[in-house]
Design a protein around this ligand. Structure first.
Ligand code: SF4
Length: 167
């Protein structure tokens, strides 16, 4: 939600890597100060803009490995960009995908990357991008971190999670 507020404010003015990359570290921090970890994020954003203009002709790369060379971009972000912008099948594992897939017994991996590999084995490739959104939506609305709303969950019969909540 916070990022959506910030981008709505920034993007009408700073709508190219050149324009954004021309800011100083202090100016970038002022733009995103209401976001957590703004100091590190400002540094990464500037590094990303400079790399995009200098190495990639201001075009966001279309493969996951190259995307991960951009400052601040890890596996999850690279997967999201590849799948949303370039329609490349990818299954980004964020906190919701991780929690829901583990509660449902679909994955046991200890970290997001291991979980991603497990989910990729059992979900058809053409569904990876949709599944990412389904897990997130379910995690945000129903299978919440603290108190999952198991009473209204459509997969309650199939779910093996031992600490279901029916309050
Ligand atoms: S039954 Fe409860 S724990 Fe299992 S997926 Fe549904 S909301 Fe999550």
């Amino acid at each position: 939600e916070r990022v959506n507020v910030i981008t709505a404010r920034m993007f009408p003015r700073l709508n190219t890597p050149e324009k954004m990359g021309a800011l100083t570290q202090e100016e970038m921090e002022a733009e995103i100060r209401d976001c957590g970890l703004y100091h590190a994020k400002a540094k990464n954003l500037l590094g990303m803009c400079h790399m995009l203009t200098q190495r990639f002709n201001s075009v966001i790369p279309d493969d996951i490995k190259t995307l991960m060379e951009l400052p601040g971009v890890g596996q999850k972000t690279a997967n999201v960009i590849a799948s949303i912008i370039y329609n490349i099948p990818a299954l980004a594992v964020d906190t919701h995908v991780f929690r829901v897939s583990h509660r449902l017994g679909l994955a046991k991996g200890k970290d997001p990357l291991a979980t991603e590999k497990e989910l990729e084995k059992i979900i058809p490739r053409e569904k990876w991008s949709d599944a990412h959104h389904w897990f997130i939506w379910h995690g945000r609305k129903i299978c919440k971190a603290r108190k999952p709303l198991c009473r209204g969950c459509v997969v309650v019969e199939e779910c093996p999670f031992k600490e279901k909540n029916f309050e």
